[in-house]
Design a protein around this ligand. Sequence first.
Ligand code: BMA
Length: 340
Amino acid sequence: MNRAKILTDNLPDMPWQEKPSASKGPVWRYTENPIIDRNPFPGVARIFNSAVVPYQGEYIGVFRGEQTDGVPQLYLGYSKDAIHWTYEQEKIPFVNEKGEPYMPRYAYDPRLIKVEDTYYIIWCTDFYGAALGLAKTTDFKKFERLENPFLPFNRNGVFFPKKINNNFLLLSRPSDSGHTPFGDIFLSESPDLIYWGKHRHVMSKGTNQWWQSLKIGGGAAPIETSEGWLLFYHGVTGTCNGYVYSMGACILDHDNPAIVKCRCKNFILTPETWYEERGFVSNVIFPCATLTDAETGKIAIYYGAADSYVGLAFTTIDEIIDYIKTNEYTYADDNNTGLI
Ligand code: BMA
């Protein structure tokens, strides 16, 4: 019997492996990682930083496919087990509200989130610089682009799976036009997906925890739990060999997610395996999605590895909540509503 509860649907057939006895942390890797290797289909050299959801008894995903010309685009994939994937080999055919083709010049780091009866894709798009792109679908056939939520530069957007006070909620990280050597996580609200406001600061980059001392950014869509919103995010440190991306976790207040209830001072996964340490961009763990089973408390985390592969890792609601609480370090300005 779990002490904490995941407040989502049951997903008894989701990917799962029990925690190995040798596991040192609260999160353990799937033994068959990476689940998506290089050159998955013609014209695409690498898939990573991608998002999956359960759909009609199986699974569907939106994948960041780095084309062989180096430009990232978004592709649709299907799976019966959420591990082995087949792909549409044409890019997702985005249209505008009139149904006319409206393709992004580039697209990366998608999140795929169901809110009520609609699936939303949010990604980094070109809008006179890196900005957030947004589209919706109900059938995974028609993908209608909506207004870009923000001005550039902002390339890291994560939707909440539920409206709060009738507003959509979006975590993001305002940034610069380059590889942004700074960044905190902010929260914004919208009643209609056109007008965004009520901007709040959620979390600062770490100061005393060096693994997240350069910048942080939202990862997977927050998971609704009896403890609040469980957020897996990425934290970045700068080394003399470049950036290193690790995974962190925190719990946001259920009714006002601008307030961090509890934040873990340690990373929960950091690059250690060959597919995380070596790739197009080495030393990157970039979480973008989770699958959860409310009944058992199982959580599967999908993450991009070294900008080259997709990895899968597991935890349970009790493992991760206990670990966050045992290793708590919440900054003073995380602990309020985020208004100065
Ligand atoms: C970030 C994003 C991610 C990428 C990471 C590491 O700025 O562009 O897509 O995984 O850098 O290269």
